[in-house]
Design a protein around this ligand. Structure first.
Ligand code: NAP
Length: 456
């Protein structure tokens, strides 16, 4: 009877995970989706206590309480802009937990050590270990703790040797499952492989890498779910693995890069012809002049980027939008799929500020409209509007689709100074004839614009 309750609870959790994920596909329902999935996780956790012959109850409780407290405090404290590294860290923990489960099961003398059991446990162990150590490096990079892009000579060959060594060790372990020394070396190799794979990858590619590790973590959890014969783990792992794979593909596509290129090309290790601005200078504009341009426009497209998030300017931007609408200006928002520092970053911030979804357009919907637009107001976006992606074959961002703000009649750019974007590439749009720079912190600059429009 108890076993039936446990199995039913695990199944129910899996259904809740899927419902939650489905809701997360829409910004409107995403918050509810998180709650559904959270309830699923709570049910799965509680049901685990009903598993017959549960041992080490006090250790489990200590781990649960300390883990939950740590997660609660850090999630409350983390700034929106630091969310990607937070995700990298949580994700890494999932991979590490899957690898730890495998380690325990592989050294457990009473566990079944059939060929299929050992192979699946080792596959999960290897994938989970790579995802764990790789995610920790991704976290360190995004946190700014590991700024240097380390790339050894023949890095890819070294990685290939490590991969082969890990697989050979796994093969040995299938033959001699209780060889603890081989198992230890196997884990060390897999962990080093995750580090070596991630170290040479540039910061701008980290979101794709995190998403890939997320997919790998899902796969590892799914495999270990099979080892433990836990359907909730199996289904949750498969769902995370599949959604992570789709997200990785979407992000790579948005950057016009293949996954192979992201992982093995050391993007951003070398600077391109980026510093060549042909001697052109940026032209500054005062808020009062920018206000005139915008208030008398027919259509304004607002292009937000990472700087809007850093300045927490989304509320001011919505205030500005409403003011312009009162002046009879049509205002639209153009969102690049990799604007900001995580997928959907801009959508979340704009939704939080109350911007209606009908005003928000994605790249394919809005690009043709820039040529009919009087003013494009770029706030803290850089790489995502950089024409070098279209016309400089040597640029590291060449081929990435961009928002074609350069086609509008006037471009006003709000940023603090001459800083580059995530890719470190200079932006020729900022020195173009139709571009004016409204220098300042995003929030303050928009507040100045609002005041200037009000006093017209
Ligand atoms: P971006 O290229 O990173 O540029 C952001 C700009 O914001 C900078 O040039 C900076 O210039 C300005 N800025 C920073 N703080 C500001 C503030 N307080 N007020 C006003 N401006 C501020 O941004 P993006 O166009 O959004 O492009 C995103 C980039 O990040 C892409 O390269 C993408 O591949 C990468 N990425 C994307 C994701 C994702 O999943 N969305 C995740 C990680 C990385 P100043 O210093 O001069 O102010």
């Amino acid at each position: 009877m108890l076993n039936t309750i446990v199995q039913f609870s695990f199944f129910l959790s899996a259904v809740l995970f899927i419902i939650g994920l489905k809701q997360m596909a829409s910004p409107k329902k995403a918050q509810k989706g998180i709650v559904w999935a959270g309830v699923g996780m709570l049910i799965a956790t509680l049901a685990s206590f009903l598993v017959p012959n549960l041992q080490n109850l006090s250790l489990i409780l200590i781990a649960l309480v300390s883990g939950s407290a740590l997660a609660y405090v850090s999630a409350k404290k983390v700034a929106m802009t630091d969310m990607p590294q937070m995700i990298a860290l949580y994700n890494g923990m999932g991979g590490g937990a899957a690898a730890a489960i495998a380690a325990v099961e592989l050294i457990n003398p009473i566990a079944e050590h059939s060929l299929i059991f050992t192979t699946i446990a080792l596959s999960g162990a290897m994938i989970g270990s790579v995802a764990f150590s790789g995610s920790i490096i991704a976290f360190a990079k995004l946190q700014g703790w590991q700024k240097k892009q380390v790339s050894l000579p023949a890095q890819n060959s070294l990685n290939a040797i490590l991969l082969i060594a890990t697989i050979v060790l796994a093969y040995k372990l299938v033959q001699i499952p209780d060889a603890t020394i081989i198992l230890t070396i196997f884990f060390v190799c897999a962990l080093v492989l995750g580090i070596m794979l991630t170290l040479p990858i540039g910061g701008a590619d980290m979101p794709v890498v995190i998403s890939l590790y997320n997919a790998l973590t899902g796969l590892a959890v799914g495999l270990e779910g099979f080892v433990l014969q836990n359907p909730a783990m199996m289904i949750a792992g498969i769902v995370v693995g599949a959604s992570g794979t789709l997200l990785t593909q979407l992000m790579a596509k948005a950057m016009n890069r293949s996954l192979f290129n992201v992982l093995f090309s050391n993007f951003g290790a070398t600077k391109s012809s980026d510093n060549n601005q042909d001697g052109k200078e940026m032209k500054a504009i005062e808020a009062s002049d920018a206000a005139v341009n915008m208030a008398y426009a027919n259509q304004v497209i607002i292009v937000p980027g990472y700087g809007m998030a850093a300045a927490a300017a989304q509320h001011k931007i919505w205030e500005l939008t409403q003011l312009l609408q009162q002046e009879g200006v049509t205002v639209k928002f153009a969102i690049h799929p990799v604007a900001g520092r995580m997928p959907g970053h801009m959508n979340v911030l704009l939704a939080e500020a109350g911007v209606p979804y009908e005003l928000i357009y994605d790249l394919e919907q809005i690009n043709a409209e820039f040529s009919n637009t009087d003013v494009s107001l770029i706030i803290g976006a850089n790489d995502t509007v950089n024409p070098a992606a279209e016309n400089d074959k040597d640029s590291p961002i060449y081929g990435m689709p961009i928002l074609k703000a350069q086609n509008s009649q006037n471009v006003i750019v709000i940023k603090r100074g001459k800083g580059t974007g995530f890719s470190g590439v200079q932006n020729e749009l900022f020195v173009a004839d139709n571009t004016k720079m409204l220098f300042g912190d995003g929030q303050k600059a928009v507040a100045d614009l609002i005041n200037a429009i009000k006093s017209l």
